[in-house]
Design a protein around this ligand. Structure first.
Ligand SMILES: NC(=O)c1ccc[n+]([C@@H]2O[C@H](COP(=O)([O-])OP(=O)(O)OC[C@H]3O[C@@H](n4cnc5c(N)ncnc54)[C@H](OP(=O)(O)O)[C@@H]3O)[C@@H](O)[C@H]2O)c1
Length: 406
C-alpha cells in the first residue's frame, strides 16, 4: 500500500459533507486483496481532513469493493466515470493496475503490548483485529464474565475480571471499551498515572472528567486518544480540532446520537414510538436500557467533549439543558440537536426542526453530523456512521495505528 499526500488547493463541490474548499489531497495506491485494510488507509486520511483519490489495484471490481468497505465505515466514495473530475467529492475511487507495487518493508519493531478492556460490540471488533496484526501483542482482556461465549474467542489465559490484574500485566496501551462509566474512568486514570497510553470509546468515562484526565496524561507523558467516544466512526473530534486550529470556534451544532436519529426517522414516516424504539434495538443501536440516549444524556456527554476540544470549555454534563425523546416528539423533520454557543457557554440538547438544513435533514439511521462555525464565518462539517461495530472499531483502530506509528 503506497500513499502520497499532496497539499493542493482545489475547490470541492458544493456538498454538505465537505464545504471547506482547500483541504489537502491524499493520493493512495491500494492493494484490494484486503478491502477492510485498504478502507482503513482511506479512513485515516479522511479523519486528517484530507480529500482522497484512491487508486484501487486488483480485479476489475476493486473500486466497487473499496467503495463497499468504505460505506461500512461510513465514508461515502464517488466512483467517477473515465474523464470526469476526480476531486469533486471527499473521496474518489478509480481503478488501478492489477497488481499494486510492493509495500516498502517496514523495520522490525517490538510489538505494542495492548490490554483490552471490554469485549462487546466495540471491544469484540478490536479483539479480532488485534489478533491478526503483528504490530500488537494482546496481553489481557478485561470483561465482567470471562466464561461468556464471544464472536471472537478470547485466547486462553488472557480473560480477566479484575482491572488491577489487567494493568499489572504492564501494557504499553490500554484500549478501553467497557460499558460502565465509573469502572472505565477509574481504569483510564490508573493507566495514565502509570504512563500507559489510553485509547477509549467510552464517552461517559472520558466526557465526565476530560480536563483532569488530559492533565494526568500530560503529567505522565502518556497519550489519551478517544476519537470513537464521539461520533463512532464519524471523525467529529478531529473536525472540531481542525476548526479550532483555523480560528476561534463560535458555535458547534451536531447530531450525536444514532439511536435517537433512527427513532426520529421512523417517527417522521408515521411509525409509532414503541415500534421505532424496538427497531433501533433490533438494528443493534439502542441498548436494553436506552434512557441515556432518549434523555439526551449520551449526546450531552459527547457535547461536553466537543466543547472542551473546540473552545477549551469545561461543561459539566448535568448542566446541559436537555429534551427527552418520547411518544410526544414534535412532528416533521426533527433531530436531537446538540448545540453550543461558545461565547456564552450555553449548551443544550434539544429536539429541533431541521427542515431545509441539508447537513442534518437527510441523515440515515445511525448517522451523525457536525457543523462548526468559526469567528471568520468559516464552516467545517463532518458526517459518518455514529454507532455500530465496524465504524466504531475503525475509529479505535485509527487511534491505535497512530500510536503504533509513533
Ligand atoms: N456500540 C457502539 O456503537 C458504540 C459507539 C461508540 C462508543 N461506544 C462506547 O463503547 C463502549 C463499549 O460499548 P459496547 O457497545 O461495546 O458495549 P457492550 O457490547 O455492552 O460491551 C461492554 C463490555 O464491557 C464489559 N464490562 C462492562 N462493565 C464491566 C466492568 N465493570 N468490568 C469489566 N468489564 C465490564 C462487558 O463484559 P461482559 O462481556 O463480560 O459482559 C462487555 O464486554 C461504551 O462506553 C459505549 O458507550 C459504543
Amino acid at each position: 500500500m503506497t500513499a502520497l499526500s499532496l497539499s493542493l488547493a482545489i475547490p470541492a463541490a458544493d456538498d454538505a459533507s465537505s464545504p471547506v474548499t482547500d483541504e489537502p489531497v491524499a493520493l493512495l495506491q491500494l492493494d484490494l486483496s484486503d478491502p477492510p485494510e485498504a478502507a482503513s488507509a482511506v479512513y485515516r486520511e479522511v479523519r486528517r481532513g484530507r480529500r482522497v483519490v484512491a487508486v484501487a489495484c486488483g480485479r476489475a471490481d476493486a473500486p466497487a469493493r473499496l467503495a463497499q468497505a468504505l460505506d461500512a465505515i461510513g465514508v461515502v466514495a464517488a466512483l467517477p466515470v473515465p474523464g470526469a473530475g476526480l476531486l469533486s467529492g471527499g473521496v474518489s475511487v478509480v481503478a488501478g493496475p492489477e497488481t499494486a507495487p510492493p509495500r516498502p518493508a517496514s523495520p522490525p519493531a517490538r510489538p505494542l503490548r495492548v490490554a483490552l478492556a471490554g469485549c462487546g460490540v466495540v471491544g469484540g471488533g478490536v479483539l479480532a483485529r488485534l489478533l491478526a496484526d503483528a504490530r500488537f501483542e494482546l496481553i489481557g482482556v478485561l470483561v465482567r464474565d470471562p466464561a461468556k461465549p464471544r464472536d471472537t474467542a478470547i485466547p486462553s489465559g488472557l480473560a480477566l475480571s479484575d482491572p488491577a490484574a489487567l494493568l499489572a500485566r504492564e501494557p504499553d496501551v490500554l484500549v478501553e471499551a467497557i460499558s460502565d462509566a465509573s469502572t472505565g474512568r477509574a481504569l483510564i486514570r490508573a493507566a495514565l498515572a502509570r504512563g500507559v497510553h489510553v485509547v477509549s470509546a467510552n464517552k461517559q468515562a472520558v466526557g465526565g472528567d476530560l480536563p483532569a484526565l488530559s492533565a494526568l496524561a500530560e503529567a505522565s507523558g502518556a497519550r489519551l486518544l478517544y476519537s470513537a467516544s464521539v461520533g463512532g466512526g464519524a471523525p467529529l473530534i478531529e473536525t472540531v480540532r481542525r476548526a479550532r486550529a483555523h480560528g476561534e470556534v463560535v458555535r458547534i451544532e451536531a447530531v450525536l446520537n444514532g439511536t435517537c436519529n433512527f427513532i426520529l426517522n421512523r417517527l417522521s414516516q408515521g411509525v409509532a414510538f414503541d415500534q421505532a424504539l424496538d427497531g433501533a434495538r433490533v438494528a443493534g443501536f439502542a441498548e436494553e436500557d436506552p434512557s441515556a440516549d432518549l434523555t439526551g444524556l449520551d449526546a450531552a456527554a459527547k457535547l461536553s467533549i466537543l466543547a472542551h476540544e473546540g473552545a477549551g470549555l469545561i461543561l459539566p454534563v448535568e448542566g446541559i439543558g436537555r429534551d427527552t425523546l418520547d411518544a410526544q416528539a414534535p412532528s416533521g423533520r426533527v433531530r436531537q440537536l446538540a448545540r453550543l454557543e461558545a461565547a456564552s457557554g450555553i449548551a443544550s440538547v434539544r429536539l429541533a426542526a431541521v427542515d431545509g438544513d441539508r447537513l442534518f435533514a437527510d441523515l440515515d439511521d445511525e448517522w451523525n453530523a457536525l457543523r462548526v462555525t468559526t469567528a471568520d464565518g468559516r464552516v467545517f462539517t463532518a458526517r459518518g456512521r455514529g454507532a455500530g461495530r465496524i465504524p466504531t472499531t475503525e475509529s479505535v483502530w485509527a487511534d491505535l495505528s497512530d500510536l503504533a506509528a509513533n
